[in-house]
Design a protein around this ligand. Sequence first.
Ligand code: GCV
Length: 734
Amino acid sequence: MSRSFWEEPMNSHANRSSMALPAFIARLALIVLFATATIAKAEDGYRLWLRYDPLPTRTIEIYQTRVTELVVPGNSATLDAIRTELVNGCSGLLGSPVPARDHVERDGAVVVGTPRSSTLIAGLNWQRELMDLGPEGFRIRSIKSSRRSLIVIASNNETGALYGAFHFLRLMQTLQPLGNLDVMEKPLLKLRVLDHWDNLDGSIERGYAGRSLWDWSALPEKVDPRLRDYARANASLGINGSTLNNVNADARILSADYLRKVAAIGDTFRPYGVRVYLSARFSAPIDLGRLKTADPLDPEVAAWWKKKVDEIYQFIPDFGGFLVKANSEGQPGPRTYNRTHADGANMLAAALAPHGGVVIWRAFVYDMRPGYDRAAAAYDNLQPFDGKFRANVLLQVKNGPVDFQPREPFHPLFGGMPKTQIMLEAQITQEYLGFANHLVFLPQLWREVLDSDTYARGRGSTVSKVISGSLYGQRLTGIAGVANTGSDRNWTGHHFGQANWYGFGRLAWNPDLAARQIAAEWTKMTFTRDARAVPAIVQLLLESHEAVVDYMTPLGLHHLMCGGHHYGPAPLLNTEARDDWNPVYYHRANEQGLGFDRTQTGSNALSQYHKPVRDRFADLDTCPEKFLLWFHHVSWDYRMRSGRTLWNELALHYQGGVDWTRKARQEWTALAPVIDPERHSAVAKKLIIQERDAIWWRDSCLLYFQTFSKRPLPEGVEKPARTLEEYKAKSLPW
Ligand code: GCV
């Protein structure tokens, strides 16, 4: 893989003249930065949102008096990272070198650190505020000290100071006033983790942006410099954990050979506050340890895990813990031995507890019995164990009860297990959302889930409050996102996929942030600050999720995708090994109508929600139409709130989705003058695919459903481009 744009300056032990080492290193960085400034940068998206090209001239003139020098005293890997980032960032944004110094020399110094690393910060008397902000929070404040105007970025901990430095750079990148800063920030969730479904052979399950970033064959001797940029990008958002391997886990990751490799990755991430986690295969005692069983209540098994965990901490002293997919989709687990999920999780938790590690137990568990509703399965399997998990166990619950669909109602386990530490699992990679081909801004989807009111403790018991611990006071809180990163030069396959990584990180820091704010920040940092282009791009981002729902699964439809790979529509599919892997299981189309009845007359999965939610969804008059076919089987002539029949409304939603892709293409074309040609053209090509796919979705779904509805397409819906037979014969290429 190629080298990063942000190589740190070479380390030198020489102490030149009176300049102390950190300042000397930073000065070297400046020389390197400006010596290479003439080398043209490819606009290939590698720099993500951490682009430090010069700001508009007027802004530079104002900022130049506010930011004159960077004072990051002390020596540690994290302080070095802060210094390098600020020197590169400020110098780049201001278009001229901003020096690093050991102490304040003039007005406009930016002082960064902790009370331990900086005497100036120690003297500010901010102990109480910094204590309240916790180890990862920070304060940024404009102050006067010894008659000098300074900006101070302070935290109780170096990682917090690093987050503060990135926050400060974001303020500059988004052209915020720096004159009178008074910012206090701390993360609302403790664990903010990217889950990588990366396999040991370098492939990525549901990965659409190339190969795994972890080159297992080269590790531990050779660590790709790109891993540091990955950690930087995460730190810029406050993401503090990375689960390296697929939840469909290979036990070899726990062997000493692999742990050495994992340790090398952990060493690279550590300065950026990113801890490493591993997915553990429940049968590892058999696979690796040659035991006869993996029964969690067998003392030998527990002893094996304890020894293994002790070994892991020898290699990786700040190891985060295990992520476990057990008794799900063929994975081994405690149920294999007639033990409970709590038995399994608690046994692992006991091994991790002395080291401060956690078990993240996934709730994505579903069984198959005749007449079973998959949407009800996770709740049925896990809810009975509420209050039974140890203090260092979190239960990781997908946002919706089926599986990362374009739209789902919130999972009933949110608000359903008050005595369990529940964590949200989001999917950043677009498994069911057009892979890396479709522009869809997922913070909009996550916002909808986070804002959903569970009514677990009356009105206002939102999912956001459940996971942030403010509803039940849980000690450990967290969120995980299934990563969309890979070895592609632009990291995420689609340039706009970066917005989802960015948006996940921002929501992980603050699950109450508005999607619009996230979209605006990202656009300004990543693409353009042009006053007309920013609102246009933000609007595209904000509309994109609804548009994708419209052309894929409107009105509560779900899981209409092709089997296996999940790209493109296959509403007629009925040949998958399990009923609940087939679209026909979910849409239940027949001559009478469409949709899955989850009310009392059907599967009654609705009973898992708290009463007012349950009643609202159960009543056709109050059920939000976006969930109509999720909860109800409705006749083709059912009158929607618009006055149209279900059939006509459905068809118009599909058409609306297609219309949006055309609008998006036109608007993107109009933005050509303000976007660099390389990224503009790459996105334009993806939008062509998105329009093609939207048409394919619309036509194949409507033609298929029409075989049941037997009604004509309403006015305003285009005639299908192909026949149903043609759509049956060929699936959408990807
Ligand atoms: C990692 C879905 C995906 C699987 C994934 C599974 C899970 O079923 O299709 O690829 O497996 O979810 O979340 O465990």
